[in-house]
Design a protein around this ligand. Structure first.
Ligand code: BDP
Length: 709
C-alpha cells in the first residue's frame, strides 16, 4: 500500500464476528438500475465487499427486473423509480426530505425477511449512500439496525484546482497537475476515474479544472473538447466541471477591442461562448472568476463594478442553468486602505445587486489562508447574496506537503465562529449553508492539494485534508475529530490504541503549526513569493518595486515598543466590520482571544497576558512549544511502526523529520528576529538558537515551489 488507494483501500475485515455480522446483513447484495452510475456502484460493491468480506459479487437475478416477484437480496441499492421493491416499502416522506442528492440507509423488512436498503431520488444520492454504507464497514460500525437519513447542507461542493495548462500547479506541492491537457481528449488516464471516485466518496460534486489566474486558452475550441472529455468521465460520479475564466477573454481570444461588461458585443461573445460550451457539456457547472485582484483583469478596468462583471457572465450562463462563482479576494495597494478591510469595503455595498445565479466566493480569513485568522467579516455582512466559503486544502502557508497539519480544526473553528449577524448563533456555517438568510443556492470550495504524486497529496496526511473538506461541505456541523477517526481507520490502521494516538496527533497538529509559525495572531511573515519558511524581515529595507502589502513588516509591525497590527479604531479599524459584540470584544486586548491578539492589536513587549507572562515571554514560549511538539509528534510516530503499512509509515516518518527541522528553523528565525526589536534576552529555560539572525536571513530557495509565474 503506497497511498494511491486513499481512504478507499478496502482492507479485509479480520475480526470474525464482525465479518460474519456484515455478511449476514448485507450478502447477497444487489443494485438495480442500468445507468452508468449503477454500473459503477456495482463495481464498487464488488471490489469493496469482495476485499473486506470475501463475498463474491452477488447479483441476485436480473438487475433490470423491476418487479416484486424476483428474488431479493439482503442489501438492495436502488432508486424507487428503478425498483418495485423499494416502491413497495413504506418509506413515508423520508425520500422527499433527503432531496436531490441525499440518501436513506435503512434496515427494514421485505416479505418478512430483513433487508438493508440504500435508496435515493437520484443516482448521485445512491452513490453517496453506498459510500456511506461502506464507510460503516471500514470503520467497524454495526450495520444490523440502520436508519440513516442524510442530505448535503450545501449545494455546490467544489474543488478548485489551481492548475495551469502546462501542468504547473500554483501552490501545488504534490507534483504536476493530474490533467494531462496535451494528451486529452483521446487519452483518458485511469487517474481521472480514480479521482472522480474519490471525490464522489466524500460528496464532492464539482471541480474547477484550472487556475483562478486563468489562461484564456481554456475557452478555445481546442481546449473545450478536452474539458468535455473530463466532464464525460466525471458525470456518472455526480461531478460537474467548472472553468476559471479570464475576464479579458473577449479581447484576448475573441478579437474584440474591449472586454467591457456593458458592451453589447462583449455580452454577445460570452453568450455565444456559453452556448458553445453547453453544446458540448450540457451539464456544465459554470465559471469561477478572479477579477481585479493581484493583477488579473476585471470589470474595474472599464470603470464597472464586480456586480456588473459577474452579472454579465451570469446572464450568459442562466439559460443553461450555470452559476458564477465570483471571488471576493480583492485588495489593492493603491487603495491606501489596510488590506484586510478591502474585500468588505468593495463587496458589501454590492449586496442585493447580483443575479440569482451568482455566488460570491469568500476566503475564510480577511487576508489570506493564514495558519490562523479571524473569519472574514463578509460572512454576515451580505444577507442578500449567497456567500460561498473558500478554504485552502493545499498547504501554501501551512508547511507545503511536508508538514503534518490536519486542517479539520481550522475549518471547524471558522465554521463554528459566531458572526452575530442576526444575534447569537449566527455562525459562519449558517451563512454558508444558506440557513441564516434562506438562500437556495449555497456552496463550499476547497483549493485542491492534489497532484500526480503517487499518493495524490504529497503527504499521506494531506489526504485527510481533502477528506475532511468534503465531509464538511456535506455537513458543516460535523465534528472534525470524528472525521479524523474515520479517516485513520479507513487509511492507516484499525487498531484502537493506534487510532487514538494518531487522532490526538492530528487534532493538535494545527495549533502546533500556529505555534511554531505565527503564534498569538501573527500572520503573513513567510518567505517572499514562494512562501516557504520564515521571513519576518521582508520589507525592512523595502525596494521601490516591492508591494507594501506583500511584506511581512506590514503585518507584524514590530518596533522597539511592541508587536502586532493595530486594527482597532486607533489603527485600521477593521473591528468596525464585525457585528456587536465582537466589535467591542476585539477593540480591547483584554477581551480579544489570546489566539488573535496580535492580529488586532499592537501591544508593548512587556504587555501582561492573562497567564501572567509578558508578551515577549509568551511569544518565545509558544515558538518553543510548537517546535517541541513537532519533535514529539515524530517520536510518537516512530512508535506506531507496527500498526502502519510500511510504505505509508516511512513516507510520514521522512516528512516528520523535515517538519522537525523546519519547525526549529521557524522558531529560531522568528525568535531572533523579534528579539532584535524587543531587545530582551530569552526567558530562562529556552535554549539559544544555533545560528545568528543573519544566517537565517541569508538562506535562499530559488526553486521552491510557488506561484510559477
Ligand atoms: C494567494 C496565493 C496566490 C493565489 C491567490 C488567490 O499566494 O498564488 O493566486 O492567493 O487566491 O494565497 O488568488
Amino acid at each position: 500500500r503506497d497511498g494511491y488507494g486513499l481512504w478507499l483501500d478496502y482492507q479485509p475485515i479480520t475480526n470474525t464476528r464482525e465479518r460474519e455480522g456484515y455478511i449476514k446483513a448485507l450478502s447477497p447484495w444487489q443494485v438495480e438500475g442500468e445507468a452508468a452510475t449503477a454500473d459503477f456502484i456495482r463495481q464498487e460493491l464488488t471490489a469493496a465487499l469482495g476485499a473486506m468480506l470475501g463475498v463474491e459479487a452477488g447479483p441476485v437475478g436480473d438487475y433490470t427486473h423491476n418487479s416484486l416477484a424476483h428474488p431479493v437480496a439482503r442489501l438492495l441499492v436502488a432508486t424507487p423509480e428503478e425498483s418495485a421493491v423499494i416502491r413497495s416499502l413504506a418509506l413515508g416522506d423520508a425520500l422527499t426530505r433527503v432531496g436531490q442528492e441525499g440518501y436513506l440507509i435503512k434496515t427494514t423488512r421485505y416479505r418478512d425477511k430483513p433487508i438493508t436498503i440504500v435508496t435515493a431520488n437520484t443516482h448521485a444520492g445512491l452513490l453517496y449512500g453506498t459510500f456511506k454504507l461502506l464507510q460503516l464497514l471500514q470503520t467497524g460500525q454495526a450495520v444490523s439496525n440502520l436508519a440513516i437519513e442524510s442530505a448535503p447542507a450545501t449545494k455546490l461542493r467544489v474543488l478548485n484546482h489551481w492548475d495551469n495548462l502546462d501542468r504547473y500547479v500554483e501552490r501545488g506541492y504534490a507534483g504536476e497537475s493530474i490533467w494531462n491537457w496535451h494528451k486529452l481528449p483521446h487519452y483518458k488516464s485511469q487517474r481521472y476515474y480514480d479521482y472522480a471516485r474519490a471525490n464522489a466518496s466524500i460528496g464532492i460534486n464539482g471541480v474547477v479544472l484550472n487556475n483562478v489566474n486563468a489562461d484564456p486558452l481554456i475557452l478555445t475550441p481546442q481546449y473545450l473538447v478536452k474539458v468535455k472529455a473530463l466532464a464525460d468521465i466525471f458525470r456518472p460520479y455526480g461531478i460537474k466541471v467548472y472553468l476559471s475564466v479570464k475576464f479579458s477573454s473577449p479581447n484576448l481570444i475573441g478579437g474584440l477591442p474591449t472586454s467591457d461588461p456593458l458592451d453589447k458585443n462583449v455580452q454577445a461573445w460570452w453568450q455565444a461562448k456559453a452556448n458553445e460550451i453547453y453544446s458540448l457539456i450540457p451539464d456544465f457547472g459554470g465559471f469561477l472568476v478572479k477579477a481585479n485582484s493581484e493583477g488579473q483583469p476585471g470589470p474595474g478596468d472599464f470603470g464597472r463594478s464586480h456586480a456588473q462583471g459577474a452579472n454579465m457572465l451570469a446572464d450568459a450562463l442562466a439559460p443553461h442553468g450555470g452559476n458564477v462563482m465570483w471571488r471576493a479576494f480583492v485588495y489593492n495597494v493603491e487603495a491606501n486602505v489596510e488590506r484586510s478591510k478591502q474585500a468588505y469595503n468593495e463587496f458589501k455595498p454590492l449586496d442585493g445587486t447580483f443575479r440569482q445565479n451568482v455566488l460570491v466566493q469568500v476566503k475564510n480569513g480577511p487576508i489570506d489562508f493564514q495558519p490562523r485568522e479571524p473569519f472574514s467579516p463578509l460572512f454576515g455582512a451580505m444577507p442578500k447574496t449567497p456567500l460561498m466559503m473558500e478554504f485552502q486544502i493545499t498547504q501554501e502557508y501551512l508547511g507545503f506537503s511536508t508538514h503534518l497539519v490536519y486542517l479539520g480544526p481550522l475549518y471547524e473553528e471558522v465554521l463554528k465562529a459566531d458572526t452575530y449577524a442576526k444575534g447569537a448563533g449566527s455562525t459562519v456555517a449558517k451563512v454558508v449553508d444558506g440557513s441564516l438568510y434562506g438562500h437556495g443556492i449555497t456552496g463550499m470550495a476547497g483549493v485542491a492539494n492534489i497532484g500526480s504524486d503517487r499518493n495524490w497529496t504529497g503527504h499521506i496526511f494531506g489526504q485527510a485534508n481533502w477528506y475532511v473538506f468534503g465531509q464538511l461541505a456535506w455537513n458543516p456541523e460535523v465534528s472534525t475529530k470524528q472525521i479524523a477517526d474515520d479517516w485513520i481507520r479507513m487509511t492507516l490502521t484499525r487498531d484502537d490504541k493506534a487510532v487514538n494516538t494518531i487522532r490526538a496527533m492530528m487534532m493538535a497538529s494545527r495549533e502546533t503549526a500556529v505555534n511554531y509559525m505565527t503564534p498569538l495572531g501573527l500572520h503573513h511573515i513567510m518567505g517572499w513569493g514562494h512562501h516557504y519558511g520564515p521571513a519576518p524581515w521582508i520589507g525592512e529595507q523595502k525596494p521601490d518595486w516591492m508591494r507594501e502589502d506583500w511584506t511581512s513588516v506590514y503585518y507584524h509591525s514590530a518596533n522597539a515598543t511592541g508587536l502586532g497590527k493595530d486594527r482597532t479604531a486607533s489603527g485600521s479599524n477593521v473591528i468596525a466590520q464585525y457585528h456587536a459584540p465582537l466589535r467591542q470584544a476585539y477593540s480591547d486586548p483584554k477581551t480579544t482571544p489570546t489566539e488573535l491578539l496580535l492580529w488586532f492589536h499592537h501591544l508593548p513587549w512587556h504587555y501582561e497576558l492573562a497567564n501572567g507572562n509578558s508578551l515577549w515571554h509568551e511569544l518565545v514560549a509558544r515558538y518553543y512549544l510548537g517546535a517541541q511538539a513537532v519533535a514529539e509528534m515524530a517520536k510518537t510516530w516512530d512508535g506506531l511502526e507496527a500498526n502502519i503499512p510500511p510504505q505509508l509509515f516511512k513516507q510520514v516518518q521522512m516528512a516528520l523529520a523535515i517538519q522537525t527541522q523546519e519547525a526549529a528553523w521557524w522558531r529560531d528565525a522568528c525568535v531572533l528576529y523579534f528579539q532584535s526589536y524587543s531587545k530582551q534576552s530569552l526567558p530562562e529555560g529556552f535554549a539559544k538558537p544555533k545560528h545568528s539572525l543573519e544566517y537565517y536571513k541569508g538562506l535562499s530557495f530559488p526553486h521552491a515551489p510557488g506561484d510559477g509565474r
